[in-house]
Design a protein around this ligand. Structure first.
Ligand SMILES: [Fe+2]
Length: 230
């Protein structure tokens, strides 16, 4: 949220509000039974109805806790609205949804689809952005474009193939050269073995990215530890 707010050239105070709203937006999930939240299969109509209560539930919790920041309250209540009016709880359409709620909606979906859940594996960052870009009527196109830009062409956590035949994961952006992020190489596709992890700044290194790659296609398990908390 803060990176997106900065990309949108919001003021420092608004960047802070956006970050706080991002932290508090899903408070209402605390009021949803865990067996519904973590259900591996698809939800029944009734369970889906319960889940859809969480924005209002969270909003009421925040008010009760004397949290009065209008952005926090707005993002909590409206982060599941969609610009075509098919979202919830109020079925707002594009011009009725605030900029902050549109930002929250995008960041929330990106976080959800790139996370492992009881009912689904995580999508890789590049794939997540491509799929989200194809959903018409869901996100505000201008805000989504800024979101993609804030993440970089190769978002952190993206697995890429290097010219040298090594697989690497993006750990940091180089703001001046989005095609050449800092990566950690961890696997040789030529010898099909893990190699000692080495950090490469591609803006200063001879190696380069030739494309996105699926780690699972190479039988590689979770590599989150290579880039998380970096
Ligand atoms: Fe939510």
């Amino acid at each position: 949220m803060t990176a997106l707010a900065r990309e949108l050239k919001l003021t420092d105070a608004e960047v802070k509000q956006a970050g706080l709203a991002g932290l508090m937006h899903d408070m209402g999930k605390a009021g949803i039974p865990l067996e519904i939240l973590n259900k591996p299969g698809s939800l029944s109509d009734n369970e889906f109805h319960v889940v859809r209560e969480h924005p209002k539930l969270g909003y009421d919790m925040l008010l009760k806790a004397n949290i009065s920041d209008p952005v926090t309250l707005d993002v909590c209540l409206h982060h599941h609205e969609k610009i075509d009016g098919s979202g919830y709880p109020e079925k707002l359409s594009s011009d009725q949804i605030s900029l902050f709620a549109k930002m929250g909606g995008i960041c929330d979906v990106y976080d959800a689809v790139t996370s492992t859940r009881a009912y689904k594996p995580a999508w890789e960052p590049g794939i997540a952005l491509k799929r989200m870009a194809s959903w018409s009527g869901h996100f505000d196109p201008v805000v989504f474009k800024a979101f993609v830009k804030s993440l970089g062409i190769y978002p952190i956590g993206t697995v890429v193939m290097l010219k040298s035949g090594r697989l690497a994961v993006v750990v940091r952006q180089n703001p001046d050269s989005l095609l050449k992020p800092v990566v950690k190489a961890f696997f040789s596709t030529k010898s099909k073995i893990h190699i000692p992890v080495i950090e490469l700044d591609l803006s200063k290194n001879m190696d380069e990215i030739v494309g996105n790659e699926s780690a699972t296609a190479w039988g590689i398990g979770n590599i989150d530890h290579l880039w998380a908390n970096h």
